[in-house]
Design a protein around this ligand. Structure first.
Ligand SMILES: CC(C)(COP(=O)(O)OP(=O)(O)OC[C@H]1O[C@@H](n2cnc3c(N)ncnc32)[C@H](O)[C@@H]1OP(=O)(O)O)[C@@H](O)C(=O)NCCC(=O)NCCS
Length: 225
C-alpha cells in the first residue's frame, strides 16, 4: 500500500515560490558555497489524497525535495548504487566505483542536484540532477536523471522530483528537457515521463544491453518548458 505524503495547504499543488525568489538561486550546485537552499518543494500527494480532511491533516509521513548539499552524498549514493548495480535502467557501468559515480552524478559547474528527504528519519529517498544537454548553442535544453530508493517506490517521490526539475529548469531559463536514454522496458519511467508531458521522439533500436532481456531500445524523450 502506498504511504501518504503530507498535504500542503494548497491541497496538493506545489507551493508558490516566494515573491522575489527564483529556483536558480535556490537550487545550489552540489558542493557549492551556499549549502542552505532557500526553497523546498513538497512531494505532491497522490490524487486520492487531495481531500482536505482532518484525517489527512494527521498524516505523518512527509517527504520534501530540496537542493543537495555535500553532506548528502552518502545518502545519494545509497539510492544510486543499487540502481547502477542492477544495470536495468541506466548506462552507467554496473561495477562503477563510488568516486566515479560521484563525479558523474554531481557533474560540473552547471549541474544541479536535488534530493527527496523523508522528514521523519531524515533519510534521502530520492535524487535528481539536471544540466545542459549540450554546451554552447545547445545549452538551453536540459538533460535530467532520477532515482528513487526501492523502499520509497510508488509513493509519489519520482513524480515530485520530476515536477521539481521541470519547475527549477524552467526557472533557470531552460527551454526544454531531453532524456537521451530511457530504457524502453522501464515501464515505470516511461509512464511517469509521459504523464509529465514528455513525448518519445525516437527509440534507438537495441541500443541498451539489458542484463536479463538482452538488447532493448533506448527512447529519446522530450518536452518543452
Ligand atoms: C522511475 C522511478 C524514478 C519512479 O519513481 P517512484 O517514486 O516509484 O514513482 P511515483 O510513485 O512517483 O509514480 C509515478 C508514476 O510512475 C509510474 N509508475 C511508478 N511505479 C510503477 C510501476 N511499478 N509500474 C508501472 N508504472 C509505475 C506510474 O505512472 C506512476 O503514476 P501514478 O502517480 O499515476 O501512480 C523509480 O522507479 C526509479 O528510481 N527507478 C530506477 C531508476 C530509473 O529508472 N530512473 C529513471 C531513468 S529514465
Amino acid at each position: 500500500m502506498r504511504a501518504r505524503l503530507q498535504l500542503d495547504p494548497e491541497h496538493g499543488r506545489l507551493p508558490e515560490r516566494p515573491k522575489g525568489a527564483d529556483c536558480k538561486s535556490a537550487v545550489t550546485d552540489f558542493g557549492g558555497s551556499n549549502p542552505s537552499p532557500a526553497t523546498t518543494w513538497k512531494a505532491r500527494p497522490r490524487p486520492g489524497f487531495l481531500h482536505p480532511s482532518p484525517t489527512l491533516a494527521n498524516v505523518s509521513d512527509t517527504i520534501t525535495i530540496r537542493a543537495a548539499t555535500d553532506a548528502d552524498w552518502p545518502g545519494v549514493w545509497a539510492v544510486l548504487e543499487p540502481v547502477f548495480r542492477a544495470g536495468e535502467t541506466y548506462t552507467y557501468p554496473r561495477d562503477i566505483r563510488e568516486e566515479s559515480a560521484r563525479a558523474s552524478w554531481l557533474g560540473g559547474e552547471h549541474t544541479r542536484v536535488l534530493v527527496a528527504v523523508d522528514a521523519g528519519p531524515g533519510d534521502i529517498v530520492g535524487t535528481a540532477k539536471y544540466l545542459p544537454n549540450h554546451p554552447g548553442a545547445g545549452a538551453h535544453v536540459a538533460n535530467a536523471s532520477f532515482a528513487v530508493a526501492a523502499r520509497a517506490a510508488g509513493r509519489g517521490v519520482g513524480r515530485a522530483l520530476g515536477q521539481a526539475v521541470i519547475d527549477a529548469a524552467r526557472a533557470d531559463g531552460y527551454r526544454a528537457i531531453q532524456f537521451n536514454a530511457v530504457v524502453d522496458t522501464n515501464v515505470a519511467a516511461v509512464r511517469l515521463w509521459e504523464s509529465l508531458g514528455f513525448a518519445t521522439l525516437a527509440t534507438v533500436p537495441e541500443a541498451f544491453a539489458h542484463p536479463t532481456l538482452g538488447p532493448v531500445g533506448l527512447r529519446i524523450m522530450h518536452r518543452f518548458l
